[in-house]
Design a protein around this ligand. Structure first.
Ligand SMILES: CC[C@H](C(=O)O)C(=O)SCCNC(=O)CCNC(=O)[C@H](O)C(C)(C)COP(=O)(O)OP(=O)(O)OC[C@H]1O[C@@H](n2cnc3c(N)ncnc32)[C@H](O)[C@@H]1OP(=O)(O)O
Length: 300
């Protein structure tokens, strides 16, 4: 009993060390004054970001502003940051599904708010806030899925790229409309899209502002699967079933798997190898490893 407690304490300590290595993308040195930005965003209210943490370790995050096609108001951006903090502290979490209310994903920033913060400094501040938040979302030690129903437009398209996977329903579309707004992605969507589909396809999607349907997304590697149902509840159940095949197993192991892949995805190879070593150290001789050694499973 004492050994098991000691090992859990050791694992938690190691996790805290690894977690401390994560730093915010932007800080004061970049002119990022978070409290000022939050005060500004608070002026634009409406909608909500809801989170349900299921017993199976999968979180369901709902973009809830259906009257405006789930466009992000300022307060929804603040709530997204709060939910990401909750998810960072959810130690039993293994997976995450992000979807929109009303059978549609998200149509980007609330254009009413965008008009009010159209000066460069406010725009840059919103950009830094959302890049910070979506980078933390991307780095969660949970396997994440964007369930795209209806439309993922502009910032909504960018939000899908902050997830590990995208699942689309029949008739849905992902569209980076930024060019038509006289913009480029600002929530980190360009940097992530290049890593998902390659620079050539990313350049075509951004410069062409093309609609990407489920078949096109499969061809590009932007979507993993086209679900059979576009109905909200059925599509969410399908997405949960799809994700469950990857989150089955001890949370400590699933979270470690996501961490080593995140390291491989983002770090130079030697830093990735050292991080992999550190994460390996948190599971080697851990409860799941010792139990497996006792069972001696045959991997037929
Ligand atoms: C870095 C990210 C970037 C930024 O922050 O600058 C952005 O994301 S900019 C915003 C990019 N998004 C858009 O430009 C989307 C604009 N909306 C549309 O193109 C359409 O609404 C569409 C294709 C999403 C859906 O079209 P549909 O015909 O199915 O529905 P409606 O257009 O009638 O929309 C219903 C209702 O929602 C309002 N709406 C939709 N999107 C937004 C939005 N982004 N901001 C504010 N309001 C939005 C739309 O105006 C309708 O309301 P109504 O009162 O009936 O006019």
């Amino acid at each position: 009993m004492a050994i098991s407690l000691w090992k859990n304490l050791l694992q938690t300590t190691r996790e805290r060390i690894l977690q401390r290595r994560r730093v915010s993308l932007y800080n004061g040195a970049h002119g990022y004054e978070e409290e000022l930005i939050k005060k500004k965003l608070h002026q634009f209210d409406g909608g909500s970001i809801n989170l349900s943490k299921e017993d199976n370790g999968i979180g369901i995050l709902t973009l809830n502003n259906p009257k405006l096609m789930n466009a992000f108001t300022g307060t929804m951006m603040l709530e997204l940051q709060e939910r990401v903090t909750e998810l960072e502290n959810w130690k039993d979490g293994k997976g995450l599904i992000i979807y929109g209310a009303g059978n549609t994903f998200c149509s980007g920033s609330d254009l009413n708010a965008v008009k009010a913060i159209s000066n460069s400094q406010d725009g840059m501040n919103m950009c830094m806030f959302m890049q910070n938040t979506l980078t933390r979302l991307m780095r969660l030690p949970l396997i994440s899925v964007a369930l795209v129903q209806g439309k993922a437009i502009g910032g909504g398209a960018e939000l899908t790229t902050a997830c590990d996977f995208r699942l689309m329903t029949p008739g849905s579309e992902i569209r980076f409309v930024h060019k038509h707004m006289g913009l480029v992605p600002g929530w980190g969507g360009a940097a992530r899209l290049v890593r998902i589909v390659g620079s050539g396809a990313a350049l075509r999607l951004l410069s062409g502002a093309a609609r990407v349907d489920p078949e096109g997304a499969l061809r590009l590697g932007l979507s993993e699967e086209t679900l059979s149902s576009s109905d909200g509840t059925a599509a969410l159940e399908e997405a949960q079933a799809w994700l469950s095949q990857y989150t089955e197993g001890p949370a400590s192991v699933i979270r470690a798997v996501k961490k080593v892949v995140s390291a491989g995805r983002e770090l130079p190879v030697e830093a990735a190898l050292r991080t992999e070593k550190d994460i390996f150290g948190t599971v080697w001789g851990g409860p799941a490893n010792l139990q497996a050694l006792l069972k001696r499973p045959k991997h037929k």
